[in-house]
Write a protein that binds this ligand. Structure first.
Ligand code: ADP
Ligand code: MG
Length: 440
């Protein structure tokens, strides 16, 4: 679980080679998807926009008013998507999404206004353009029939048309990672990387357009474009097997999608708690913890969530043990001083490995894009709430990409604000093309 310098460098070089293979359309565990977003917000974005956020913990519909690239007003409504809809018929899901849009838009009294919509659809997609996103596979808690290999934008447009009670116009599809980069860029022009550390993990970055081979629309002299790495799947082809431990194997075996999302299982909020639980259970079984007697609650997969790991890590930072005792008490364990020290150590090892892995990949990206200064826009509860992640990342990225100036910046709500900004950029690109056509 602790990497040597040699292992660290090996991960760095494997990641770089997967990145380069992916961008050249050679076999790679990284999809390196073209988002067709060729520019950042320029501070002229103004007007009313809708954003839809599907794929996070909540489904949200958001109305945003932008004034010169800044959100000046925001109204949000969250809607529950029941299990029956999440794993049912695809048409029913999209009809429900359209119903929520109508409910919200009519509730806001803006049903007669033409509203451009940015659709944050945080699932792996193949994009044919900024407004075509073909679902590659459902993930998280979704598994609807008849949507894989179909265009999520078209399905949404058709559902909106079936209702016909609003003037909503879907102009762009994106994921939360891209939205985070764009939202970050509206605050800091040096933003070149977007990162999600929440339930899942993913990153995207600004790539030189001439390096990108998958480009299905006509080119218009774009200099750069955002590439969605889809790094949750890094290692699904076996290239990361050299770091896999018995704990990772068990974590994978207990997961919903076995043998996929390899990298995500090392780093994201959905899994760090479970990795900790597996390790503690093993130590107990070997008689090294809790005098060899683990309560049933600790032996059940999914019972130790990542927020509890954060809670325990806070003790390590403070040199205390109250949080750790509190967590263990919930599991019905009375722990000795030694048990407490071991539990804190395990939480540290697992959290630290995750922060190092993320940093290795970010450092590789910083070296690859080689800018004078880069800001990394980050969102997600793991980053926000884990008390040590950000500090470790700052430290490790400095070490691994020496000479590259960078800043980690918390960019809140890329899937909402970022989506509105992407919709505004999409409109700007469209208008520019129309002008060019007139000029011709
Ligand atoms: P999502 O990724 O679903 O859009 P978030 O970014 O809020 O939403 O991430 C939620 C995930 O973050 C939870 O599933 C959990 O794994 C993790 N998480 C929540 N609270 C904490 C915390 N205090 N410390 C570390 N991780 C947390
Ligand atoms: Mg999210």
């Amino acid at each position: 679980m602790r990497f040597s310098a040699a292992t660290t460098r090996k991960i760095q070089s494997v990641f770089l080679s997967e990145v380069e293979n992916g961008i050249r359309q050679r076999p790679s565990s990284l999809q390196m998807e073209n988002t067709y977003i060729p520019e950042l917000p320029d501070g002229t974005e103004s007007g009313l926009f809708l954003a839809l956020d599907l794929g996070g913990t909540n489904f949200r519909v958001i109305l945003l008013e932008l004034e010169n690239g800044v959100v000046v007003k925001e109204d949000v409504k969250r809607y529950h998507i029941g299990a029956d809809l999440r794993v049912g018929c695809g048409i029913a899901l999209f009809d429900y999404l359209a119903e929520c849009v109508s409910d919200f838009v009519i509730g806001q009294g803006v049903q007669d206004i033409e509203l451009p919509l940015g659709f944050t659809f945080s699932f792996p997609m193949i994009q044919h353009s900024l407004e075509v996103g073909i679902l590659v596979t459902w993930t998280k808690t979704f598994n609807c029939q008849n949507v894989v290999n179909k265009d999520a934008v078209l399905l949404l447009r058709e559902a909106l048309e079936r209702r016909g009670d609003t003037k909503v116009n879907v102009v762009a599809v994106l994921n939360d990672t891209t939205g985070t980069l764009i939202q970050g860029a509206s605050q800091d022009r040096n933003t070149a990387i977007g990162l999600i550390l929440g339930t899942g993990s993913n990153a995207c970055y600004l790539e030189r357009a001439d390096k990108v081979q998958h480009w299905e629309t006509e080119r218009h002299g774009e200099k750069e474009v955002i590439i969605d790495i889809e790094w949750g799947a890094f290692g699904d082809n076996g290239v990361l097997d050299f770091i896999k431990t018995e704990f990772d194997r068990e974590n994978d075996a207990n997961s919903l999608l076995v043998s996929s999302f390899t990298f995500e299982k090392y780093i994201s909020g959905k899994y760090l708690g479970e990795l900790t639980r597996i390790t503690l259970a093993k130590l107990t079984k070997e008689g090294l913890l809790f005098e060899g007697h683990a309560p049933g609650a600790l032996l059940t997969p999914g019972n130790l969530t990542t927020d509890l790991v954060s809670h325990i890590e806070q003790d390590t930072l403070d040199g205390g043990s109250n949080n750790t005792r509190d967590v263990l008490a919930r599991f019905g364990v009375t722990a000795t001083e030694e048990d407490i020290a071991i539990v804190q150590y395990v939480c540290e090892i697992i959290s630290n490995r995750a922060a190092l892995l993320v940093s290795i990949c970010l450092a590789t990206l910083l070296e690859k894009i080689d800018r004078e200064e880069s800001t990394i826009a980050v969102d997600g509860s793991l980053y926000k709430h884990h008390p040590r992640f950000e500090g470790w990342m700052n430290q490790y990225i400095h070490l691994l990409a020496p000479g590259h100036k960078f800043k980690l910046m918390h960019a809140e709500d890329g899937s909402g604000k970022g989506a509105a900004l992407v919709a505004a950029i999409a409109l700007r690109l469209k208008k520019r093309l129309e002008w060019e056509a007139i000029g011709d």
